[in-house]
Ligand binder design. Structure first.
Ligand code: B3K
Ligand code: ZN
Length: 886
C-alpha cells in the first residue's frame, strides 16, 4: 500500500550494484500459520565499482518480520542496521562477507499472489518482477545473479511434494511428521527466477533426449483431479524443446524440467529456472473440457516459458526497463513455433488482429510508453501489450530486414556472447548488427519512441514511361512525454498485382534486373519515393504484406480493388486484410446511417465476396473462418476518432444478420458437412481439425441469427452430443445470445450442473454470459458474482466474469447511465486492497475515456476520480489512475 508519495524510477538513473551475491542458501520451514525463512548470502563487493571506503549495503525487503541477522557469524543488534518499509541497511566491514538472516512471513494471508503464497492447499511462489523481497532480505534486482541451494521442510502428509529450482540434491524425514528436500540450481540467476512449491501433487512424467544426447526428465505436477489433463502440455513441451534445438540451436541444460499448475495465479505462467509455475488454465487441456483455442494457448504458453530458458534465464535483463529484451524476443520465438505447428497465416492474422485492437489502443492512450520505457512507478504495470506484442513486432522487423539466416547468426552471437549475463536491448541489437555488418542505429527508435506510426502511401503510374512510383509519408502522433518523433525504419513488404492477379516482377530504378515478385523496401525518411521500372500495365499494389511493420497503413483502395486483392493476392495475410478493410468500409457506412437515423442498407459487394469464399471448397477452412469474421467491435472502436458504441454494435449486428440471410444456404451446407465429420471422428487437437471446427462454429453463429427451427435443433444437437468443449461451448454461446430463452436457460443450467467441479470450465460458463450483448448485461454479471463458483480471490474468475464484461460486452459496459463504469470502479476499489496487480489490470477499459462522447467521458472520469479518492491506493492502481487523468 502507498504510504508516501510514490517514487518514479528512471532508466537514466540506472547504476550497477555495489555488491554481488555469489551464493544463496535458503531454508524454508512451512507451517499453517507462518513460514520461517533463513537466508545465507555469500556476498562481495562488485569488483567493477571503484575501490575505497565500503558503501552501506541496502537489501530489499517488504512485509518481513526480522528474527535474527548476522554478519560473518556475528549477531547484529538493533544499532547495527536500519529497517524501513522496504529496505534493510547495514555496514559491511570487508570486501567479502556472509549475511545470515531469519524472517517470518505469512503466505497463508497473502492475497496479492506475489512472493510466497497459498493457492488452495499448496504453497507456491511468484517472484517476477519484485516479489522475492517479500520472501527474504535480498538484492532483488535482475543484474544480481547467484547460485541457489534451497531446502524446504513441511508436514509430510499435507505436502508430500517439495520442489525448488535446479536438480534434487537430498531429502529426508524428521520425527515430527515433517520431511524436507534440498534442491540445487548451479546456474547463476536473478532472484525473480526463484521458485518453490509444496503440495499434494501428482505428476505426469516423460523424458527428452537433447541434441547432444543428454536425457532430461520432464514432469508436470497437478492436483490429483487434473492428472488426466496434462498430456497436451507434455506433448507441447517436447515439441518446444525440439523446435528450439532445430530453429535456434538451443539445448536444455538441467537434468530435470518441471511444470506445476496452480489455480490462483495473476498471469499465464512463469519461467522460473527448471520449475515453471503455470496458471492451471495454461496447462490443463483435454477435449471434453478445453476448447481448441485453449489447446493452442496451452501449446503457446508452454513453449513461451520453455523458450525463456535461453531468452530470459541464461541471458537475462540488466534492469526492468529492458523487459522487452526477454519478453518481446520470447513472444517472437513462440509465435514462430506456433506458426510452424499450425497454420502460419492464421497465426499471423490472430496476432495482428490482437495487436491492432489492443496494443494500438494502448499506444494511443494515457499509458502509452515505448517498448523500452523511460520510467515507471510500478514495474508490474509494464507487463504490457507494448512490451510483449509490439516488442515481438520489433524483433520480427529485425528479422525481416536481416533475413532469416542473418537473424539466426545474430541470435547465435547474442546467446554466445551474453550467456550468463544480465544485458540490455542495446546488447541484443549490437549482436544483430555485428553478426551481419548492419547498422541498426536508426532502427532502434522503435525501442525508444512510443505511439503507432501512420504510413500514408500514394501512387503514380506513367503508362508511357512504364514506371510506377510509390510515395510513403510517415508520421507518429504525440504520446505522453514525447511531443514529436523522428522517422522510423519501416520495412514494407510489397508486391504489384497485374490485371490477371499475378505478381509482377519488381525492378527499382537503377537496378540491373528485377528482384523477385514480393520484396521488402525500407522506408527510412519522413517522405520517400520508390520508382519501379518496366511496369507494363497499371498495377494494384499489395502493401505491408504479412503486416511487415506495426503501423497504420493508409492507401485509398476502392471496394472493387479490395475484392480483387481478397481473391488474388499471393500473400494470404493480405487477402484477409483486404477483406477486413472492405468490411471496415462497409460497416463504417452503416455506422453513419445509424447515426443519421436512416434505415440501414448494406453494400452487397461484401456479401458477394463472402459467397465466393464459401463456395470455394479448396480454400483452407481456417482462412475461410477468419475471413467470415467481421472486425470486432473493439477494433472498430480503436479505429474510430470518437467511438459510438451503440452505432458500432447496431451496424455490426445488422451486417451479421444480412450475411446470415443472404448466405444461409452455403453456410448451412458447410455447417452440416463439418458437423457430420465431427460426429464421425473423435476429437483430435491438430491444425486441420481446429480449422474445420472453426468454420463449422462460425457458420453456426451466423445461422442461429436466422432463428429457424432447424438451426435451433442443430445447435441443441451439437450442445448435447459434442464430444468436445469447442463445439459444446460455441453451441452454448450462440444459445445465450439467441432469443430462445427457455432453451438457453436449460442449456446454461445443464452445463453448470455437469461441470460445477471444474473451475476452468466454469470460467467459460461465466465468460459466455458476461459477454452477451443482450440487454441487462450488468444485472446478469452482478447476479453471477453471487454464484458459489465465483470468487474475487481467484484472478481467473475475475477475468472470466468482470474482465469479459468490461472488455467484450461493449454495449452493456458503456451503458449511457454510467452503471457499467460505476460497477467496474467498485470492483477495482475492492481488489486494490486484495490483489493490486489484478485491480490495476481490470482498470484498463476506464483509462480509454478519451475515445467516447462527452457524456461518457465525464462518467468515466468521475469513476477514475472516485478510485483516486477512495483511500490508500496500491502503487499499481495509483499509477494507472493518475496517469489516465493527467
Ligand atoms: N515472465 C512472466 C511474467 C511475469 C509478470 C509479473 N508481474 C511470464 C512470461 O512472460 O513468460
Ligand atoms: Zn515471457
Amino acid at each position: 500500500m502507498r504510504t508516501e508519495q510514490p517514487k518514479v524510477i528512471h532508466l537514466k538513473d540506472y547504476q550497477a550494484p555495489e555488491y554481488l551475491i555469489d551464493e544463496t542458501h535458503l531454508t524454508f520451514e512451512l507451517h499453517e500459520d507462518r513460514t520461517l525463512v533463513h537466508a545465507q548470502l555469500v556476498m562481495r563487493r562488485n569488483p567493477q565499482q571503484p575501490a575505497g571506503k565500503l558503501p552501506p549495503l541496502e537489501l530489499h525487503g517488504q512485509e518481513l518480520e526480522l528474527i535474527s541477522l548476522a554478519l560473518d557469524d556475528r549477531e547484529l543488534g538493533l544499532g547495527d542496521y536500519q529497517v524501513s518499509a522496504d529496505t534493510l541497511t547495514l555496514q559491511p566491514t570487508a570486501e567479502r562477507f556472509v549475511i545470515d538472516s531469519s524472517v517470518v512471513i505469512h503466505p497463508e494471508r497473502n492475497t496479492a499472489l506475489e512472493g510466497l503464497y497459498k493457492s488452495g492447499k499448496m504453497f507456491c511462489t511468484q517472484c517476477e518482477a519484485e516479489g522475492f523481497r517479500k520472501i527474504t532480505y535480498y538484492l532483488d534486482r535482475p543484474d544480481v545473479m547467484s547460485t541457489f541451494t534451497t531446502t524446504v521442510s513441511a508436514d509430510k502428509q499435507r505436502y508430500p511434494i517439495l520442489l525448488s529450482n535446479g536438480n534434487p540434491l537430498a531429502s529426508g524425514e524428521e520425527d515430527d511428521g515433517r520431511h524436507w528436500a534440498t534442491w540445487e540450481d548451479p546456474f547463476r540467476k536473478p532472484a525473480y527466477l526463484f521458485a518453490l512449491v509444496a503440495g499434494d501433487l501428482w505428476c505426469v512424467e516423460d523424458s527428452f533426449t537433447t541434441l547432444s544426447g543428454r536425457e532430461v526428465a520432464l514432469r508436470i505436477y497437478v492436483e490429483p483431479e487434473n492428472i488426466d489433463k496434462c498430456q497436451h502440455a507434455m506433448d507441447s513441451l517436447k515439441r518446444s524443446m525440439k523446435w528450439d534445438e532445430e530453429v535456434y540451436g538451443r539445448e536444455y541444460d538441467l537434468d530435470i524440467f518441471m511444470i506445476v499448475a496452480v489455480n490462483d495465479f495473476n498471469m499465464g505462467a512463469m519461467e522460473n529456472k527448471g520449475l515453471n509455475i503455470f496458471n492451471s488454465s495454461a496447462v490443463l487441456a483435454r477435449a471434453e473440457t478445453a476448447t481448441d483455442a485453449a489447446h493452442q494457448r496451452v501449446e503457446a504458453i508452454v513453449a513461451h516459458e520453455y523458450f525463456h530458458n535461453w531468452s530470459g534465464n541464461r541471458v537475462t535483463c540488466r534492469d526492468w526497463f529492458q523487459l522487452s529484451l526477454k519478453e518481446g524476443f520470447t513472444v517472437f520465438r513462440d509465435a514462430g513455433f506456433s506458426a510452424d505447428m499450425n497454420s502460419p497465416t492464421v497465426k499471423r492474422i490472430e496476432d495482428v488482429a490482437y495487436l491492432r485492437t489492443y496494443q494500438f489502443a494502448e499506444d494511443a492512450g494515457p499509458m502509452a510508453h515505448s517498448v523500452r520505457p523511460e520510467s515507471f512507478i510500478e514495474i508490474s504495470n509494464f507487463y504490457t501489450l507494448t512490451v510483449y506484442e509490439k516488442g515481438a513486432e520489433v524483433v520480427r522487423m529485425i528479422q525481416t530486414l536481416l533475413g532469416k539466416d542473418g537473424f539466426r547468426k545474430g541470435s547465435d552471437l547474442y546467446f554466445e556472447r551474453h550467456d550468463g549475463q544480465a544485458v540490455t536491448v542495446d546488447d541484443f541489437v549490437k549482436a544483430m548488427e555485428d553478426a551481419n555488418g548492419a547498422d541498426l542505429s536508426q532502427f532502434k527508435r522503435w525501442y525508444s519512441q512510443a505511439g503507432t506510426p501512420r504510413l500514408a502511401v500514394s501512387e503514380e503510374y506513367d503508362a508511357a514511361a512504364q514506371t510506377y512510383r510509390l510515395t510513403f509519408r510517415q508520421s507518429c502522433p504525440p504520446t505522453p512525454g514525447q511531443p514529436s518523433k523522428q522517422p522510423f525504419v519501416i520495412p514494407v513488404e510489397l508486391g504489384l498485382l497485374a490485371a490477371d492477379g499475378s505478381d509482377l516482377p519488381l525492378r527499382l530504378e537503377g537496378e540491373a534486373a528485377a528482384q523477385g515478385r514480393s520484396r521488402v523496401l525500407a522506408v527510412t525518411e519522413a517522405e520517400q519515393s520508390f520508382t519501379f521500372v518496366d511496369v507494363a500495365e497499371r498495377p494494384l499494389p499489395s502493401l505491408l504484406r504479412g503486416f511487415s511493420a506495426p503501423v497504420k497503413l493508409e492507401f485509398a483502395y476502392d471496394r472493387d480493388q479490395l475484392m480483387f486483392l481478397m481473391q488474388h493476392d499471393s500473400d494470404g495475410f493480405n487477402r484477409w486484410e483486404a477483406g477486413q478493410q472492405l468490411s471496415v468500409q462497409v460497416l463504417g457506412e452503416l455506422v453513419g446511417q445509424h447515426q443519421r437515423g436512416e434505415a440501414l442498407a448494406m453494400d452487397e459487394r461484401l456479401l458477394a465476396a463472402l459467397r465466393t469464399l464459401l463456395g470455394n471448397e479448396s480454400l483452407d477452412a481456417a482462412m475461410v473462418a477468419e475471413m467470415l469474421s467481421l472486425p470486432s467491435e473493439a477494433y472498430l472502436t480503436e479505429l474510430a476518432e470518437v467511438a459510438d458504441v451503440d452505432a458500432i454494435h447496431a451496424a455490426r449486428e445488422f451486417a451479421r444478420r444480412r450475411i446470415a440471410e443472404a448466405l444461409f444456404e452455403p453456410l448451412w451446407q458447410r455447417y452440416q458437412a463439418n458437423r457430420a465429420v465431427s460426429r464421425a471422428t473423435p476429437y483430435v487437437a491438430t491444425a486441420e481439425h481446429f480449422a474445420r471446427r472453426a468454420l463449422q462454429n462460425i457458420a453456426l453463429s451466423y445461422l442461429m441469427l436466422s432463428e429457424k427451427a432447424e438451426v435451433l435443433e442443430a445447435c441443441l444437437e451439437q450442445f448435447d452430443q459434442a464430444d468436445n468443449m469447442t463445439e459444446r461451448l460455441t453451441a452454448l454461446a450462440v444459445l445465450v445470445n439467441s432469443p430462445f430463452a427457455a432453451e438457453r436457460d436449460q442449456a446454461l443450467a445443464a452445463f453448470a450442473e455437469h461441470f460445477k467441479d471444474n473451475p476452468l470450465v466454469m470460467d467459460q460458463w461465466f465468460s459466455v454470459q458476461a459477454g452477451s450483448p443482450l440487454p441487462g448485461g450488468l444485472e446478469r454479471v452482478r447476479h453471477l458474482m453471487n454464484h458459489p463458483a465465483f470468487t474475487l480471490k481467484n484472478p481467473n474468475k475475475v477475468r472470466a466474469l468482470i474482465g469479459a464484461f468490461a472488455n467484450q460486452n461493449l454495449v452493456n459496459f458503456h451503458r449511457a447511465d454510467g452503471s457499467g463504469y460505476r460497477f467496474l470502479a467498485d470492483q477495482v476499489i475492492t481488489l486494490n486492497a486484495m490483489n493490486p496487480q489484478i485491480a490495476s489490470r481490470l482498470l484498463a477499459p476506464l483509462t480509454r475515456w478519451r475515445k467516447y462522447d462527452a457524456a461518457r467521458q465525464a462518467l468515466m472520469k468521475h469513476e477514475l476520480e472516485r478510485i483516486l479518492a477512495s483511500g490508500e491506493l496500491s502503487s499499481d492502481v495509483y499509477e494507472v489512475v493518475s496517469k489516465s487523468l493527467a
